[in-house]
Design a protein around this ligand. Structure first.
Ligand code: BES
Ligand code: ZN
Length: 398
């Protein structure tokens, strides 16, 4: 889906619908609210790292930080990523949706269907003549890579792997193979009859992606005591209202609430990119800012705090968890749950605290379109209380 997201579907609150239709356009200003942030950024659509929406969102957040008097900095990094841009199988007038196997070559090939017996071992391929045809092979037992390599060796023009369930299959070859290969559901697979002409369209992009972290701070601050972070990117096809516009907006609102207090002069506010591609932004930050990282008394990460799948929970370093429990009455455990941007910091020895409200049903789905401003506000309240306690020197006992 490369088209522009104009209006989101029904079931939205009125203010959000108005915003997604462009009726409400807010300019940067210190007077903006959590509601304004959500309604300004959600209409951009999924904020996949490297996408136009990701950049639009970043510009909005930078403008907000600057309007409050913070300095912002961009940390740019790159990494390799494989993307399926929309692949399918055409059978006469029918179009069946497929998912490119990660590592597949892009391209369009046409040929007759050859159904491979078994699971696609070299022996299975020897039992048929697939030369110039499109091999249709069942999922299971053998790695995808072996099935595809066996098809290549047998002279197939392309491969279709059929899932064992009526669900989309997202497979990984583990290396580049010079053959178009995609996966289809069991239902689509059943429509593929021996000898029929099919065309296989595998549209992929295999290259470098550019990620950009935003770091906001009061001018001159080089050794912050605390870092508040959250990831700004979302997964393909998901607007990411909860995962993780909620956490991003929490970080921005923390900056807003801190602005005329001593906390502003002790804090870094970081919007990480590339989290969904494997914590790319936070790993890069930790790697490139050892001086900052070593000095931190705490790193607070916010991820999925706008939907109450479960009550606000903190996990991380034992002392910080205890402070959050006692001062902000939060539930928490010292065990770290969920992979998010606190991980590289914790691995570097920084005391971390991960704020989240659990996994909701819309996690990584196109239906992740709602985040409750009140839940985000309550998260910010709890984080401010905990930060205050964490940064207050403990009187030396005598
Ligand atoms: N938002 C999730 C992490 C999360 C999990 C938050 C549970 C709150 C509760 C994050 O964006 C995510 O999807 N992480 C991946 C791992 C990451 C390294 C790609 C995950 O948890 O599978
Ligand atoms: Zn997330």
């Amino acid at each position: 889906m490369l088209g522009r997201v104009t209006c989101f579907a029904e079931g939205m609150q009125l203010w959000k619908l108005a915003a997604s239709c462009g009726a409400l356009m807010l300019t940067a200003g210190a007077g903006a609210t959590i509601e304004d942030d959500l309604s300004s950024v959600l209409p951009f659509g999924p904020r996949v790292t490297g996408s136009a929406a990701n950049e639009q969102a970043r510009s909005y957040f930078e403008a907000q930080f600057r309007a409050m008097g913070y300095t912002t900095r961009r940390d740019v990094f790159t990494y390799p990523r494989f993307d399926d841009l929309g692949s399918d199988v055409r059978l006469g007038t029918r179009t069946l949706t497929g998912r490119a196997l990660e590592g597949s070559t892009g391209g369009a090939v046409t040929g007759r269907i050859v159904r491979i017996p078994g699971v696609g071992t070299a022996e299975n391929f020897r039992a048929v003549n697939v030369q110039g045809g499109v091999a249709v092979v069942q999922r299971g037992q053998l790695p995808f890579l072996d099935k595809v390599k066996n098809a290549l060796a047998a002279g197939a023009a392309g491969v279709i792997v059929v899932n064992t369930e009526a669900k989309e299959l997202q497979g990984r070859l583990g290396e580049r193979v010079p053959l178009p290969a995609l996966a289809v559901t069991s239902v689509a697979g059943a429509a593929l009859q021996e000898g029929q002409q099919v065309s296989l369209n595998v549209r992929v992009r295999d290259g470098e992606v550019q990620g950009v972290n935003v770091v906001a701070f009061k001018s001159g601050l080089i050794r912050p005591d605390i870092l508040f972070g959250g990831h700004m990117d979302s997964v393909f096809r998901a607007p990411g209202a909860n995962d993780n516009l909620s956490g991003t907006v929490a970080v921005l609102d923390l900056a807003r609430r801190a602005v005329n207090t001593p906390l502003a002069a002790r804090s870094y506010f970081v919007l990480f990119d590339g989290e969904e591609d494997g914590l790319r932004g936070s790993r890069k930050f930790v790697q490139d800012n050892p001086g900052v990282v070593q000095n931190l008394k705490a790193m607070f990460n916010f991820d999925m705090v706008g939907v109450d799948a479960s009550p606000l929970n903190v996990s991380g370093e034992a002392r910080l968890v205890e402070l959050a429990r006692q001062t902000a009455q939060l539930s928490g455990s010292a065990r770290d749950q969920g992979g998010s941007d606190q991980v590289p910091f914790a691995q570097a020895g920084v005391p971390t605290l991960f704020f989240h409200r659990g996994l909701d049903v819309n996690y990584h789905q196109p239906s992740d379109t709602l985040a409750d401003p009140q839940l985000i506000r309550a998260t910010v309240d709890a984080a401010l209380t905990t930060a205050d306690a964490a940064l207050t020197p403990v009187p030396a006992s005598r």
